[in-house]
Design a protein around this ligand. Structure first.
Ligand SMILES: Cc1ncc(COP(=O)(O)O)c(C=O)c1O
Length: 371
């Protein structure tokens, strides 16, 4: 298996030569872990919850996780069709899902642009990655996915909000995608790592739209790393068809073993914490980006997460990579779209940064895009 990281490596090599860059490349929240979450995890260490847990996670904590999903998605876990487990980050859940569902020659449909792990899920398993072109609006709709499904398709992977675009699909788009997968007998994997980072205009009854509300055989993969700014704790969870979760748990037993034991205890404090104020701050930053850059470049409105995926205006005659290299000369670090896509026409910025850093970055971008 070959994993090519040359594009990213080159960017970061160049960036390492720039002193104190304006860094809009970061993919994690810029706020500290909320106090009750820290306290729950510190308490867990002090109370000696430091050994292995059972593979799916501490049963008492899994119960809390289940309670959260019952309230959030409306799924029932009492009739034996569904199950859930904790995973080692959202990435851990995605890798286990791929190992459990894909064999050599199978096909996995992913969006283009994608989160960097997605194509590797196919490389890891010998499956073939089929990309769904979602340009220019970045909506992975049933209409775009349907023609890609063959008798070798095992799963469709969707992320809403997405990385690198922040685009959130509507409930009707997600319902249609779920219906398509149900009809064609294909697993729908919903990566909902940004479920708490969703802005006012796309919320439904205060919640992030999810295909799991329309079909209870979706494989739901979520995590708390972004939600509580603790990406290093490797805290994720997966819920879906019982048999599939059983397979994933078997694979976890021999690989990740369990989610870090003390991190699991973050679930105990979830009810005491709201990140609404942080998300509101992100929404203001998103609005600032739209008002300043939309007059200069194509930029579909992000409904969540903390990214914007911006087209390099064709009149500039530059690829995304060339634009990102030119931005570095102005001290600005952005990620070229080619890192996430078969195309090299865009670049990603992250606004999980202080307002003052974002403003400095926007000044550079306004100058560059306005040329
Ligand atoms: C869409 C998406 N899925 C999954 C992940 C991986 O998250 P984790 O750190 O929980 O493994 C990320 C991280 O950036 C992401 O953007």
């Amino acid at each position: 298996m070959s994993i090519d990281a040359s594009g990213i490596r080159r960017m970061f090599e160049l960036a390492s030569k720039v002193e104190d860059p304006i860094n809009l490349s970061i993919g994690q929240p810029d706020f500290p872990v909320p106090r009750p979450i820290k306290d729950a995890v510190i308490r867990a260490i002090e109370e000696d919850h430091n050994g292995y847990t059972v593979t799916k996670g501490d049963p008492r904590i899994l119960e809390r996780c289940e309670g959260h999903l019952v309230g959030n998605i409306g799924w029932r876990f009492d009739d034996g069709r569904l199950d859930l487990m904790m995973t080692s980050g959202t990435s851990g859940g995605l890798v286990l899902a791929a190992l459990a569902t894909l064999d050599e020659g199978d096909e996995l449909i992913i969006p283009d642009p994608w989160f960097v792990l997605y194509p590797k899920l196919a490389s890891l398993t010998g499956a073939r990655c089929v990309t769904c072109d979602t340009y220019p609006d970045f909506r992975m709709t049933a209409e775009r996915v349907a023609p890609l499904i063959t008798d070798r398709t095992k799963a469709v992977l969707v992320a809403s909000p997405g990385n690198p675009t922040g685009v959130v699909l509507s409930p009707s788009e997600l319902a249609a995608l779920a219906e398509l997968c149900r009809e064609r007998g294909v697993l729908l994997i919903s990566d909902e790592i940004y479920d708490e980072f969703v802005f006012d205009e796309v919320l439904v009854d205060g919640l992030c739209p999810s295909p799991a509300r329309f079909w209870d055989q979706v494989l739901l993969i979520r995590g708390l790393g972004k939600t509580y700014g603790c990406t290093g704790w490797r805290l994720g969870y997966a819920a879906g068809p019982r048999e599939l979760i059983g397979q994933m748990a078997k694979l976890q037993q021999f690989t990740y073993v369990c989610t870090p034991s003390m991190a699991q205890h973050a679930f105990e404090a979830m009810g005491e914490v709201s990140i609404a104020a942080e998300v509101e701050r992100y929404q203001h930053r998103r609005d600032r980006i739209l008002s300043r850059l939309q007059p200069l470049a194509e930029l579909p409105r992000p409904g969540g997460a903390f990214y914007a995926f911006i087209e390099v205006p064709p009149r500039l005659g530059m690829t995304g990579t060339q634009f990102a290299e030119a931005a570095l000369e102005h001290g600005l670090l952005v990620v070229p779209g080619a890192v996430f896509s078969t195309r090299d026409t865009h670049f990603r910025i992250s606004y999980a940064v202080a307002d003052e850093v974002l403003d400095r970055g926007l000044e550079v971008l306004e100058r560059m895009l306005g040329e």
